[in-house]
Design a protein around this ligand. Structure first.
Ligand SMILES: Cc1cc2nc3c(=O)[nH]c(=O)nc-3n(C[C@H](O)[C@H](O)[C@H](O)COP(=O)(O)OP(=O)(O)OC[C@H]3O[C@@H](n4cnc5c(N)ncnc54)[C@H](O)[C@@H]3O)c2cc1C
Length: 460
């Protein structure tokens, strides 16, 4: 078998496809690519503000990494304000939380890292069902099982997108819209549109991906006594290191709503040269899936043999796909930096808050860095980080928005992605409705976001 670059070296390395005309299968005011936290919030917000909105998602369900990647946990919603831990990311996300809770799928807030963070875990099926109902209630049209594979530009204006090209079970189709929001996590639309972006850390590495999994049948009381304390699981891993192959130091091991079910965040998947799998490379991604599952089985062996309460643990789920933390980050009008996160940056064009610290998944370890002001652990997110260059009707929201590698290591958490999505969807609808531009929309956008319950921070 000859694959990848080697195959491209054969003959002229390509095959000719017949030219074709692609049918327009839908038209909307706003089309959102991707149904993760950013895409869901964007689509609901655009529809609420009067835009005919369509959301394209490659899987048959919504939730993004939160469901497909097996994340099962909302981080970045809570942070310290004036020394008190409160929910800082609010707005349309509150409706989703209520819907998941109504289905009995949302856990009470849990504190971690010695009280420096607060998260909420959830059940994946409840998230999927709540997201379906949420889009329907807002009047968003979903197109599931549809992958964005290209764009068509306006024939008179190279900076303007005319349509997304999608592949579906019924063939290839074009979806026309007036505004496009790239919430694909991997900046797929931006990539096809030819706008500038960076990949990973810019030096052939990135935040390492992890295959997430959950185990059931845990004796909750004994497990909590053994590994409920900060650092306890890391100590057990160090003691057993000679007997198992651990891909990184330390694990994040937490109970779900049902306390006999625990989520395990411990794998770390590298490519053939030991760098983070590049999830925009089909061959690396493919190999990474099998390697992640191999690590799951190895860690389960450790849990059963070495960790009190896990003796009868059963593997109940492995993420549908490798959990991808970072691929392409668009180079937009402003790139959120690590120092913005640590210094609690304030921006006049704030559209929401990030309340998560820097969580760098580096080779063999996780590196944390916290806001310098421990009493106020959040930073504002500027509107400019949603604005790519060289595209006049495209916004980018979520983990592929315009951020430096260090800034993305924080604002990629779900909380900030919901905030960015709400801002992108609201802005697209307002620009269409009121004839505003990306430059003139900010005051109206901030007003609408506040009215819709979003926290922008005091100075915005
Ligand atoms: C292992 C792991 C653990 C994590 N732990 C936590 C945690 O505990 N708490 C937390 O809050 N965050 C956590 N995160 C981060 C968080 O889950 C993500 O960063 C967040 O989901 C990003 O949201 P998003 O909407 O930008 O992108 P995503 O969640 O990646 O969603 C993108 C969506 O776009 C779809 N899509 C992609 N390409 C296409 C295409 N070409 N056509 C159509 N659809 C497409 C995808 O299927 C997906 O549904 C974790 C991430 C990983 C990988």
């Amino acid at each position: 078998m000859t694959t990848g670059a080697a195959a491209r070296g054969l003959h002229d390395g390509s095959v000719a496809e017949p030219a074709r005309r692609t049918p327009v299968i839908a038209e909307a005011d706003v089309v959102v690519a991707g149904g993760g936290p950013a895409g869901l919030a964007a689509a609901v917000s655009a529809a609420r503000h009067g835009a005919r909105t369509l959301l394209v998602e490659r899987y048959g369900f919504l939730g993004g990494m939160g469901t497909a990647g097996g994340v099962t946990n909302f981080a970045g919603l809570y942070g310290q304000r004036d020394g008190t831990m409160v929910q800082l990311v609010r707005g349309v996300v509150d409706e989703l939380l209520e819907r998941i809770d109504h289905l009995g799928g949302l856990n009470a807030p849990q504190d971690g890292l010695q009280g420096r963070i607060r998260v909420r875990s959830y059940d994946i099926p409840a998230y999927k069902c709540a997201a379906d109902a949420w889009l329907a209630a807002a009047g968003v049209t979903p197109l599931l099982h549809a992958s964005v594979v290209g764009v068509a530009h306006d024939e008179h204006d190279a900076a303007r997108l005319h349509a997304l090209l999608v592949e579906t079970k019924s063939g290839r189709g074009a979806i026309r819209a007036r505004w496009f929001i790239d919430a694909s996590g991997d900046a797929d639309v931006a990539h096809h549109a030819g706008v500038p972006y960076e990949l990973g850390d810019g030096h052939g590495d990135a935040l390492y991906p992890s295959t997430m999994f959950r185990v059931g049948g845990v004796d909750a009381e004994r497990a909590l006594a053994a590994v409920g304390r900060f650092g306890a699981i890391d100590a057990l891993m160090r003691a057993a290191a000679g007997r198992y192959r651990f891909p990184r130091d330390g694990a994040v091991l937490r109970p779900q709503r049902n306390p006999s079910e625990w989520r395990v965040n411990v794998t770390q998947v590298a490519n053939a040269v030991g760098r983070a799998v590049d999830a925009t490379d089909a061959w690396q991604l493919s190999a990474g899936e099998a390697e992640g599952r191999r690590q799951v089985i190895e860690y389960l062996r450790f849990l059963r043999a070495e960790v009190p309460g896990f003796e009868r643990a059963e593997l109940i789920d492995i993420g549908t796909q490798l959990g991808v933390r970072e691929t392409r980050r668009v180079s937009g009008a402003y790139q959120l930096s690590g120092d913005d996160v640590l210094g609690g940056a304030r921006f006049a064009d704030t559209i929401g808050l990030n309340a998560w610290p820097i969580e760098r998944h580096a080779a063999g370890r996780i590196e944390w860095a916290f806001a310098r002001d421990a009493r106020n652990t959040f930073n504002q997110l500027p509107w400019r980080m949603l604005l790519p260059q060289r595209a006049s009707n495209l916004l980018v929201a979520g983990r592929c928005a315009s951020m430096e590698h260090e800034g993305q290591s924080a604002a990629r958490a779900s909380g900030a992605c919901f905030a960015m999505g709400q801002a992108a969807g609201t802005a697209a609808a307002l620009m269409l409705r009121d004839g505003l531009t990306p430059h003139s929309v900010v005051p109206a956008l901030q007003q609408a976001l506040r009215r819709d319950g979003a926290e922008l921070g005091a100075d915005g």
